[in-house]
Design a protein around this ligand. Sequence first.
Ligand SMILES: [Fe+2]
Ligand SMILES: [Fe+2]
Length: 189
Amino acid sequence: MENYQETFLQIAQENIHRYGIDQLLDFIAKSDFFSAPASTKFHGSYPGGLVEHSVNVYRAMTKLNADYNLGYSEETIAITALFHDICKINFYKIENRNVKNDQGQWVTVQAYGVDEKIPLGHGEKSCIMLQWYIQLNIDELLAIRWHMGEFDTAVKGGDSACARAQDYCKLVPLLHIADMIATKIMESK
Ligand SMILES: [Fe+2]
Ligand SMILES: [Fe+2]
């Protein structure tokens, strides 16, 4: 069984040399990032799911970057992949839920729920939190902001900025597609 925390830190330390990265990794280490799930029930809904998902996105993104000869730097790939879901820090709680068991009886089980304390959005919040520690360039900002692609609530509300961001640079669809590959293929049961 892979130690994803170790892998995550190794990828970050080998590829990211930007001013503030030590402070960012320190913040991550003191947070619940390495123990948090990736979602409540859709993918990686177990302790450590978030760091595993982040490493999976990095691997998918690295492969696509090479296969399509996109030429993004190792640092940009590592930053956008490893930290695109940093907004999920301090975001989940364990709660009791009533479900029917195999015999049709109601039982109480523990499950993850959302406890959003700072409602700044999803991609938006990851951008804002990252910029507390490191500077992101425009491509990285756009990729992280719009990594949910057509599933972003702003898109559902009629915002056309996601489509324009996807045309602005290939890093935007690259992160979104790698996120989908990680979620729907690498992490799908
Ligand atoms: Fe996300
Ligand atoms: Fe993600």
